[in-house]
Design a protein around this ligand. Structure first.
Ligand code: FVH
Length: 305
């Protein structure tokens, strides 16, 4: 008893022994499967469970240990990683299961409020909780050079003890004790990505019926978006200073004037402007409110009310 307790403590103190530490993964969708393969490649043998059993078959032949129920899977390891569709599915999968003494790391995408509620829910059941927001797609998992990483927030002690294990599939970035912090970071980045791809969709629509090939526009788009993305740092600095006129290169009045050209071109090409007009309307409101000499940073004031 004392010896096994000492071993557990030593494993926790030095997580370099992760290949021998029991690990469970709940959820073998595209992401859960990629996570399991990364841990298998690192020499671990995770216990795995999926609601639909067939998804564990290939992983079993690669060394994973499938079990029939979520309860068995949770009982098998101190560290339980969850990667399910959404927060509601986590509640359903873990309903009625004993979580006493478990370290629950939940990589399911959710809102910050859902993450805080899920942390309270886990702690009430005797578990430590760490929420994770994955900034990677499945092919980036287990490929360090892809730059994929996971935001983690919640129990610092849990993060520190399992950091080496958690760093196997992708980089591990701890953002704070507030369990909602990881998902707020995650959703902020995903929201920016959504806006970016809305712009990309509009750009491809403009050339759809032209003789410009999508594959010839693509590298130009990537270079242009990379160059313009640097302006994010300046927007952040203006937000922190509160001075939206500081070092402005392209002012809002000029941009709103230019929006007319974007809209007329969309009309000429037979493309609906509906992906652009909500943002343009906000820019126009800022100009009408007397902020034409600022850059677009002030639009954020209209969003938060
Ligand atoms: N795949 C991606 O590109 C993104 C990258 C960033 C992070 N996301 C999030 O990761 C979570 C899982 O995503 P996924 O890609 O693995 O999703 P699916 O392939 O659709 O697998 C969903 C799994 O969830 C299981 N599931 C759904 N509902 C329930 C339920 N009520 N009880 C138990 N399990 C449930 C499902 O099981 P089954 O349908 O095979 O039986 C899959 O294992 C997600 O939050 C992404 O936003 C991925």
């Amino acid at each position: 008893m004392i010896i096994s307790g000492l071993l557990t403590s030593l494993e926790r103190m030095n997580d370099n022994t992760f290949e021998h530490s029991p690990l469970t993964v709940l959820g073998l969708g595209a992401m859960g499967t990629a996570l399991v393969r990364a841990w298998l490649a690192a020499g671990m043998r995770p216990t795995v469970w999926n609601r639909t059993p067939g998804k564990a078959d290939a992983l079993a032949s690669e060394g994973a240990k499938p079990v029939a129920t979520a309860a068995e899977a949770v009982a098998a390891s101190g560290l339980v990683v969850v990667c399910l569709l959404d927060d509601a599915s986590v509640g359903q999968a873990l309903d009625g299961i004993d979580l006493t003494g478990k370290d629950l790391v939940d990589l399911t995408t959710r809102t910050p409020a859902e993450a805080r509620a899920r942390a309270r829910w886990a702690e009430e059941r005797g578990a430590r909780f760490l929420d994770g927001g994955i900034m990677a797609i499945p092919p980036m998992i287990g490929v360090p050079e892809s730059g994929g990483y996971v935001f983690y927030s919640g129990s610092r002690a849990l993060f520190d003890e399992h950091r080496a294990t958690l760093s196997v599939p992708a980089g591990a970035e701890y953002t704070g004790e507030d369990p909602g912090s990881a998902s707020l970071h995650d959703v902020a980045l995903l929201s920016a990505m959504t806006g970016m791809f809305a712009g990309v969709a509009h750009a491809f629509a403009l050339i759809r019926k032209s003789d410009i090939a999508p594959t010839s526009l693509a590298p130009l788009l990537v270079d242009w978006l990379n160059a313009m993305a640097q302006g994010v740092h300046e927007q952040a600095a203006r937000l922190e200073s509160g001075d939206y006129t500081r070092d402005v290169v392209s002012n809002l009045a000029m941009m709103v004037e230019g929006d007319g050209t974007l809209l007329r071109t969309a009309e000429e090409q037979g493309v609906t402007p509906e992906l652009l007009t909500p943002y343009m309307a906000l820019m126009e409101r800022r100009v009408a409110d007397g902020h034409g000499e600022e850059d677009a940073t002030g639009v954020i004031e209209l969003l938060v009310g």
